[in-house]
Design a protein around this ligand. Structure first.
Ligand SMILES: *Cc1c(COP(=O)(O)O)cnc(C)c1O
Length: 385
């Protein structure tokens, strides 16, 4: 079976992990801070906090921006559920902004219209979470301008977009956001097994996420409500979690980061091959705006079919041919958990259309041309049926 995504681990990765296992602290040593420095300097942000997942990073990002009961958070309906769950963890209300049919990202024009309406009803969001779907950056400068006009904060869910560029600078530099979040799950751009990171240019946000990562416990006397009682002393000053990354994971991350540019190059080459070879088929390939460089985390094509039955036939045909296609994503509001919040499909026509048409083709750094040619041949065969 050709999977839709797969990690790539080599001997250097294995040796880096073994080095930690044999010689270093397994957690809370110096490898996690080193990984944080590497990622923040790669992206061009002042601070980075490594966490045990991007889900935890999104949760703490919301906590750091004081998202709480009574607040509203907006995100894209076409994302992984974690982009929305983080607001619910904090007791806030979640709402969605429909996507743009060309980029499949949150639509800045629809965002503006929704903000104007929300302002009238006194329902403005405290935070908006744009998601760089498939590794294609959102229209961040427009969203940034809107955040100034309507007074909200921005968390970029860049789980797909490590190494992507927008206006010739790297996603993660937080030029247009308070916080940017990455995932290191094995299907993502680089992996630590499980893992995530939050980046920010704000010292205050950095300190807060670091505190919440480890139970809300501090050893710094300046944060305590009284003098230290001795060298053993620490205080829990608020309710945090154990969301730490281990040094074993960070060692894998450092080693993987060295290969990110190679991974992206391989993925872009494969993406260009898909685009070229599917030109005359029924499958529509992605369009990349001039001011953006995708990290090509996912390769989503669209095909207009008459029904979900036809889509099921297409999926079954490819899976029978050992091609593990996928669908990223089912609109978040249509999951049973979200149904209770009263969302209406009619409010998100572009997302509904996307869900009917989208199909994720296999794309990962070590997908061979031979495997890719087989996928293209099968798609063409389906096209001509
Ligand atoms: C993978 C993913 C997450 C969650 O990442 P984890 O590290 O698995 O918690 C969040 N948002 C998006 C868009 C993702 O693709």
């Amino acid at each position: 079976m050709i999977p839709y995504g797969r990690h790539e681990i080599d001997n250097d990765d294995v040796n880096s992990v073994v080095e930690v296992l044999e010689n270093k602290f397994l957690t809370q040593g110096d490898v996690v801070p080193e990984f944080e420095r590497e990622v923040s300097s790669f992206c061009g942000a002042h601070h980075a906090i490594a966490l045990n997942s991007a889900t935890s990073a999104l949760h703490l990002a919301c906590r750091a921006l004081e998202v709480k009961r009574g607040d509203i958070v907006w995100t894209s309906p076409i994302s992984f559920v974690a982009s929305a769950n983080c607001a619910i963890y904090c007791g806030a209300k979640i709402d969605f902004v429909d996507i743009n049919p060309n980029t499949n990202n949150i639509d800045p024009t629809l965002l503006k219209l929704k903000l104007i309406k929300a302002k009238k009803n006194n329902q403005l969001p405290k935070v908006v979470i744009p998601v760089h779907l498939c590794g294609l950056p959102c229209e961040m400068s427009t969203i940034w301008e809107l955040s100034k006009e309507f007074n909200f904060q921005i968390i970029e869910d860049a789980s797909h977009a490590l190494g992507a560029e927008y206006n010739s600078t790297r996603i993660g530099n937080c030029k247009y956001s308070s916080i940017t979040v990455f995932s290191f799950h094995p299907v993502k751009m680089i992996t630590t097994g499980e893992g995530g990171m939050a980046l920010t240019n704000s010292r205050e946000i950095y300190e807060r996420i670091k505190l919440l990562r480890s139970h809300g416990i501090t050893k710094e006397s300046k944060l305590m409500d009284k003098e230290k009682e001795g060298p053993w002393y620490y205080q829990q000053i608020e309710l945090g979690y154990n969301y730490r990354m281990t040094d074993i994971q960070a060692a894998l991350g450092i080693s993987q980061l060295k290969k990110l540019e190679k991974f992206i190059l391989n993925r872009s080459t494969l993406a260009e091959r898909y685009i070229k070879n599917l030109k005359s088929s029924k499958f529509k390939t992605p369009l990349i705006p001039n001011n953006a460089k995708s990290s090509w985390h996912l390769f989503v094509v669209k095909i207009s079919l008459n029904s979900f039955d036809e889509k099921r036939i297409l999926f079954e045909y490819l899976i029978k041919n050992k091609i593990q296609v996928n669908l990223h994503y089912i609109p978040i509001y249509s999951h049973p958990f979200y149904k209770n919040f009263g969302f209406k499909k009619e409010d998100f026509p572009n997302s509904e259309k996307y869900y009917k048409e989208a199909l994720t083709l296999p794309l990962f750094s070590n997908l061979s041309f031979l495997e890719q040619d087989k996928i293209i041949t099968k798609l063409e065969k389906f096209s001509n049926k």
